[in-house]
Design a protein around this ligand. Sequence first.
Ligand SMILES: NC(=O)C1=CN([C@@H]2O[C@H](COP(=O)(O)OP(=O)(O)OC[C@H]3O[C@@H](n4cnc5c(N)ncnc54)[C@H](OP(=O)(O)O)[C@@H]3O)[C@@H](O)[C@H]2O)C=CC1
Ligand SMILES: O=C([O-])C1=[NH+]CCC1
Length: 313
Amino acid sequence: MSALLHINENRVLQLLDWDKVFHVIEGALESVASNHVIQSARSVIDLKETNFMFVMPGKLRDDNGETLGCKIACHFPGNTTLPPLMANILLMDALTGELQAVIAATGITAWRTAAASAVATKYLHNENNKILAIIGAGAQGRIHAICLSYFFKFKEVRVWNRNRERAVRLVTELSNDSKWKCSFKACETVQSCLSDADVVVTTTGTDVSIVKLDWLKPSAHINAVGVGLDCREIDDEVYKAANVYIDHWDGAKEELKHLIDIGIQFKGQIGDLIRGSIKPPPKNSLTIFQSLGMAVEDCAVARMIYDLHMQNK
Ligand SMILES: NC(=O)C1=CN([C@@H]2O[C@H](COP(=O)(O)OP(=O)(O)OC[C@H]3O[C@@H](n4cnc5c(N)ncnc54)[C@H](OP(=O)(O)O)[C@@H]3O)[C@@H](O)[C@H]2O)C=CC1
Ligand SMILES: O=C([O-])C1=[NH+]CCC1
């Protein structure tokens, strides 16, 4: 038996590329709507003391053939030297089930989530994107600031974080990078961060609503990234006023019951918009992409990394 291939985090980060990840994620979202995937809502195990394990198996059929994989993600918020989210993907041969590689997936999780938001923004709000507001400067907040700055030409990118020092650190890091042509600003309050923002990203997962309808531009687009059964970072009134889109129905039925219970009717999956099987929202309307994250996004990026690694060994 050949030695098991392990593609570590450093190697994955070397191979990740925004245009390639965007393409693969756009395809994965579309495949969900075309029924070319097998996946279910993730299984979540409460490990107590605020730690969780997520298990996300999936199979995807796309231009590259069939891909079979399973991500195991451990969320240990108390980690100090290691990231709070530690993830790995087992990539299998889709014909035999034989394990092909173990691929570090902390970076993949961050990149594929931000790329899904970029795809959603392309289909829901691809014009007049001048101000981006990032709520939460953790791993997802940081990668969304980078990814959305890469794909959309914002004039200003604002960051709010509960612990302000962290927002200032992120803004300093981004301002020191000469490839960005926009200005970066750390905001004192959520309200001032949201004011007049065209695109908003929420990444706190907090159980208290911190994004209020009155603070939003009526035509804003929100990528709602925080996840969890108790996540309430966006006020119910915002959902009631918005056209809300999801990544996959199976996950939404399981993890978004609190929205279904207050009468929110999801307009459809982002993949349905990509396929053209549903109408886009009216121009200048408030829109939300409620992102949960999907196994097949992980499978698609893991497969891309595996192929790039094998080609460039
Ligand atoms: N949709 C998807 O596909 C994915 C979603 N996620 C979700 O995204 C969210 C962020 O993940 P990640 O960036 O990796 O986590 P991090 O631990 O890196 O960052 C967490 C962020 O949330 C903030 N925060 C936590 N609690 C509160 C609170 N009560 N009020 C205000 N801010 C708070 C933290 O602020 P502070 O610095 O002050 O502590 C920090 O900015 C989580 O809900 C996670 O489950 C993650 C991966 C994929
Ligand atoms: O999609 C994902 O990998 C996750 N969503 C919430 C925590 C991990």
